[in-house]
Design a protein around this ligand. Structure first.
Ligand SMILES: *[C@@H]1O[C@H](CO)[C@@H](O)[C@H](O)[C@H]1NC(C)=O
Ligand SMILES: *[C@@H]1O[C@H](CO)[C@@H](O)[C@H](O)[C@H]1NC(C)=O
Length: 379
């Protein structure tokens, strides 16, 4: 889930500055060297490119992720995996393990085969059969049949319920008195975004609706929760205020002295041989649709008292209550909020290898819509 949050937030608000040369894209197949994939945060591969002076983007195709610089095909539940192996005694890594989104590469003990499994996706009070299903640090109590904070550390006094929000049910946070209390809605007072409901963030002491602020309003907050209304072309700038995304810089951007690209643009080679580049805007696939889908997803999570995605919970696990209740909204948020940058051209089926893969007919329409855009862009 951490991955999704980072993805959605950074993708929408990425302040991507120009490189000094143009970026050249090639698509990589299974087993081939890569620098990025469709599902990665674009900022990450730009950092990599800047640090090693390599401006060749190698993006994996559909159904693959870039793991240890090699494209690997992701596999489904029960299938063998070999990366980021986790035995459940630590918080597992939910990404880069060669499994579909939400699956963990689980190995019970050394010498046994590792397979993709759903782990660590239930929060306190949710029905479980095994501790492996519960969020790390929680235990499946076989008598009550729910994930519990157990055993209670001896340092906690009897009247203390929690020392971290991870130990509270979804929709609640752990306050300074060690009590789990309900998070506040828009307008409630706060000192930390954990005290605000899921579809809001703490801004200057007040829980504030996501994606709602206008130009010039302060937007900087503790968890980088997206508060500016991106549908109006705004982003949270380095000044800490919502600003209008600048127009696309014209001219050869490889010549960075005169034509460096502005925020939210990437210098893409139009002719790699002559090192000629053009600034290309990086946005969500469809910003209006993205705003609607993102809000709908967080509202659904709120209604279902889902735990915060900022907790280390494997929210994208298919059997997690968040996906059972709000999976449809999650999938449409992922598809419409996906960054539209040049490396997407290698992935023509954005849902391949994701938990959204087998979604309904409306998803199929979204896929063909995206493929159309990608086709148009690649002409
Ligand atoms: C589980 O993995 C951790 C490190 O990842 C290791 O220290 C521990 O011994 C493993 N436990 C079992 C039962 O294999
Ligand atoms: C674009 O700028 C780069 C860097 O200054 C330069 O090497 C290249 O020749 C320019 N291309 C064109 C077509 O002007």
């Amino acid at each position: 889930m951490y991955k999704l949050t980072i993805l959605l937030i950074l993708v929408l608000f990425a302040s991507i500055y120009s490189s000094q040369q143009c970026d050249e894209l090639t698509c990589a197949g299974e087993g081939q060297e890569c620098t990025t994939d469709y599902y990665s945060v674009s900022g990450l591969y730009l950092n990599d490119l800047n640090s090693n002076g390599d401006f060749k983007i190698k993006a994996c195709g559909s159904g693959m992720v870039c793991s240890n610089q090699v494209c690997i095909k992701v596999v489904g539940e029960g299938e063998p995996c070999s990366n980021q192996i986790c035995n459940g005694t630590t918080p597992c890594l939910f990404y880069g393990n060669g499994c579909q989104q939400g699956l963990v590469c689980y190995q019970k003990e050394a010498g046994t085969p590792a397979t993709c499994q759903y782990l660590q996706y239930l929060t306190i009070g949710q029905e479980c059969e095994s501790t492996l299903q519960c969020l790390y640090t929680l235990e499946c109590n076989q008598d009550s049949g729910v994930c519990e904070f157990n055993p209670k550390p001896r340092v906690l006094a009897d009247d203390v319920q929690c020392y971290s929000t991870l130990q509270c049910a979804g929709g609640q946070y752990c306050n300074a008195d060690g009590q789990c209390v309900d998070a506040g809605g828009a307008g409630a007072a706060c000192t930390d975004s954990a005290q605000c409901q899921l579809n809001t963030g703490c801004l200057e002491g007040v829980c504030t609706d996501i994606l709602s602020l206008g130009v010039g309003q302060v937007c900087e907050n503790d968890y980088n929760i997206p508060l500016c209304n991106i549908a109006n072309g705004l982003y949270c700038s380095d000044t800490g205020k919502c600003e209008q995304l600048p127009p696309v810089v014209q001219g050869n951007c490889s010549d960075s002295v005169n034509h460096a690209c502005d925020v939210g643009q990437q210098c893409i080679c139009s002719n790699a041989q002559t090192n000629e580049g053009q600034c290309t805007p990086i946005t969500a696939t469809n910003v209006g649709e993205c705003v609607t889908a993102y809000k709908a997803f967080f509202n659904c999570m709120l209604e279902n008292k889902s735990p915060s995605p900022y907790a280390m919970i494997n929210m994208a696990a298919k059997p997690s209550p968040a996906m059972i209740n709000c999976g449809e909204f999650y999938c449409s948020a992922v598809s419409s909020c996906q960054v539209q940058s040049v490396s997407n051209q290698c992935n023509t089926d954005v849902f391949a290898g994701t938990i959204c893969e087998t979604s309904s007919a409306s998803s199929i329409q979204i896929i063909s819509f995206i493929s159309l855009i990608i086709l148009l862009l690649s002409l």
